[in-house]
Design a protein around this ligand. Structure first.
Ligand code: GTP
Ligand code: SPV
Ligand code: MN
Length: 585
């Protein structure tokens, strides 16, 4: 399929290591993919769902010990440990190749090896980058078909170039003790073994488009970020674009596809989704930041997705979708999850594949169960989704899950202040990664698990980018998750988040005033539109409070977090922290 010597060498080396019985190059043709689906059906790797209700949709159950990203087993393998930094796990590249090479050795004996050429970004766009993923899983092949652009056209566009990421994946024995997700940024290489869960094995996504790409971006002068991209169309038909970084399972897919409240719909507001998880961002010739979504589909959280919360996401899953670890409704051969509706199926299997009694109190779908749906299925997909140069950003938004402390929204004073705001993000952990849920941890720019190099250098790269952007986007922080004393969310969230985006865009256009606070600019309560909402201006005031005692505590946490980086922490961030402390006094 190619004469590219580097690609052929990578495949030959992988064959020599994994020793498959057979090798199949994925061409991207539908007939080949259909053959593979049929094979996966025959082995039970996937289950075909109701063709009338969910055409071309499949259910896949991953191993019960293999349902989320494994941050503890994810490594950055660069020569110098300090280049991985204090946040990442590090392994020496030679040690990693040899230790994990033993696990790969013969791992595909008797199996078929699939070679998937894929492109992150539209094939041929100057922003795009190619990869080759080698895998022994058909689930990976058919999921990569949804999540990326695959096949021969990618190899044609690559030509003789050596600029491609080498991804090697084997399910091996799914032994959790021998599960490794390794990144070799200096070699453009990813090794993933003993997992079948999307985030660990769809190597174009977090492994390439964030961990490897963040390293490439630092060296090449661009940014790879854990951000959704959306366009807000105002009644005059002008579209302004916003990129927003929230940690895993903190609302990116929901915000990216939001349905404006009725009041806004009547006025003519529309929201367009460019991407829901990853943004690659470059400085354009006009001095603005331009962003593309390198993905081709959505790997979205299923629980909580409903016609009420996120109809656009739910509608995107109505055809050509793969569901993972959800409930299988045996009566009509469809799927269900908690929060889809109030009618759990009576005759059903849970995410473990066991018969499930919906009255048992046990959850039927895994909290991190997901769907893999083509982006073009989404009713609100942006007309600019495939635009080779992407879309220009007016605002960058950070946000996390904080019961207290962070107000509904605030604006940083300037670019460096915004980098500081991103760097001090903290959020409650979710089911997207294995480990405890609901624990507040620092998650700078929502990138804690995804920066492929030293986090301090990543902060420096952000500061440095600011010097190259003539027309900088404004930087904000939001928090949809403040709770009252009973633990209920105070802000209605979801579609009503547009009310906050409206303020953000008004700030970008200098159309609205703000109030100074120690942490940055806050809205005047009356400038958040609550028309048609069930809450009062006093609730908004409460949501906008900046509690000094809380923030003094917060500063201690920030100092502790920053201390890990020693001298490598950019001085600009130390200055921002000093400013915050001074203002709090
Ligand atoms: P990843 O795919 O893991 O990166 O997650 P994500 O950031 O795309 O999160 P997603 O939009 O899937 O939302 C995760 C959870 O947050 C779901 O349970 C949502 O129902 C919930 N959620 C999203 N937006 C809001 C909101 O505005 N308010 C509240 N209270 N919950 C929200
Ligand atoms: C996340 O955890 O942020 C996800 C899902 O988007 S995964 O692909 O598993 O990383
Ligand atoms: Mn994500």
């Amino acid at each position: 399929m190619t004469t590219n010597k580097q690609v052929l060498k990578f495949v030959d080396d992988s064959i020599a290591l994994c020793k498959p019985e057979k090798v199949v190059w994925i061409t991207g043709e539908e007939s080949q993919l259909e053959e593979l689906r049929q094979e996966a059906l025959s082995t039970g790797e996937i289950i075909k769902l109701n063709e009338d209700l969910l055409p071309n949709c499949y259910l896949h159950l991953s191993d019960v010990n293999d349902v989320a990203r494994v941050e503890g087993r994810t490594f950055i393998c660069c020569k110098d440990k300090d280049d991985a930094g204090p946040i990442n796990n590090w392994m020496d590249p030679q040690e990693a190749y040899s230790k994990v090479g033993e696990i790969f050795d013969g791992s595909m004996k008797g199996k078929t090896m699939y070679v998937i050429p894929f492109s992150m970004g539209a094939v041929g766009s100057p922003f795009s980058k190619a990869g080759i993923e080698i895998t022994d899983s058909i689930y990976v092949v058919i999921s990569m078909k949804i999540m990326t652009r695959i096949g021969k056209s990618v190899l044609d566009a690559l030509g003789d170039s050596n600029d491609f990421v080498r991804g090697l994946h084997s399910k091996a024995t799914l032994d959790a003790e021998k599960r490794y997700i390794l990144h070799f940024p200096e070699d453009n290489t990813i090794w993933s073994v003993n997992s079948g869960y999307g985030g660990n094995v769809l190597l174009g996504k977090k492994c390439f488009a964030l961990r490897i790409a963040s390293y490439q971006g630092k060296n090449e002068g661009w940014m790879a970020e854990h951000m959704l991209i959306l366009g807000v169309e105002n009644p005059q038909g002008e579209v302004k674009y916003i990129a927003a970084a929230f940690p895993s399972a903190c609302g990116k897919t929901n915000l990216a596809m939001l349905i404006p409240p009725e009041l806004y719909q009547k006025k003519g507001y529309k929201v367009w989704c460019v991407g829901d998880d990853i943004a690659w961002i470059r400085v354009g010739k006009d001095g603005r930041l331009w962003a593309i979504n390198p993905e081709n589909g959505f790997f979205g959280v299923a629980p909580g997705t409903s016609m009420k919360s996120n109809p656009n996401a739910l509608l995107a899953t109505k055809k050509d979708t793969i569901f993972t670890n959800v409930v299988h409704n045996l009566d009509n051969n469809t799927v269900w999850w908690e929060g889809m509706d109030k009618n759990p199926p009576k005759n059903a299997k849970n995410w473990k594949g066991e018969m499930w009694d919906c009255t048992s109190g046990e959850k039927g779908a895994h909290p991190n169960s997901r769907f893999t749906a083509p982006a073009i299925n989404c009713p609100c997909i942006s007309s600019e989704f495939e635009a080779p140069m992407g879309v220009p950003l007016s605002a960058i938004v950070f946000g996390g899950r904080r019961a207290k402390t962070a107000p509904l929204v605030y604006q940083s004073r300037d670019w460096n202040g915004g980098v500081f705001v991103g760097s001090i993000m903290a959020s409650e952990t979710t089911a997207a990664a294995t480990g405890a849920v609901g624990v507040v941890r620092r998650d700078p720019m929502a990138m804690r698990p995804f920066v492929g190099y030293n986090m301090a250098d990543y902060f420096a790269h952000w500061i440095n980018m600011g010097t190259k952007i003539a027309n900088k986007p404004k930087i904000f922080n939001v928090n949809w998750f403040r709770t009252d004393d009973e633990g209920h969310f105070i802000w209605p969230g979801f579609g009503d988040n547009l009310r906050v985006l409206e303020w953000i865009l008004a700030r970008c256009e200098d159309k609205v005033d703000a109030v100074e606070s120690p942490i940055g600019f806050l809205p005047k309560a009356e400038d958040i539109n609550i028309e048609g909402l069930d809450i009062t201006i006093d609730t908004i005031k409460e949501l906008l409070t900046v509690d000094k005692a809380n923030w003094v505590e917060e500063v201690k946490g920030i100092e502790e977090f920053y201390a890990q980086f020693g001298d490598r922490l950019p001085k600009e961030l130390k200055e921002e922290l000093a400013k915050l402390k001074a203002k709090l006094n």
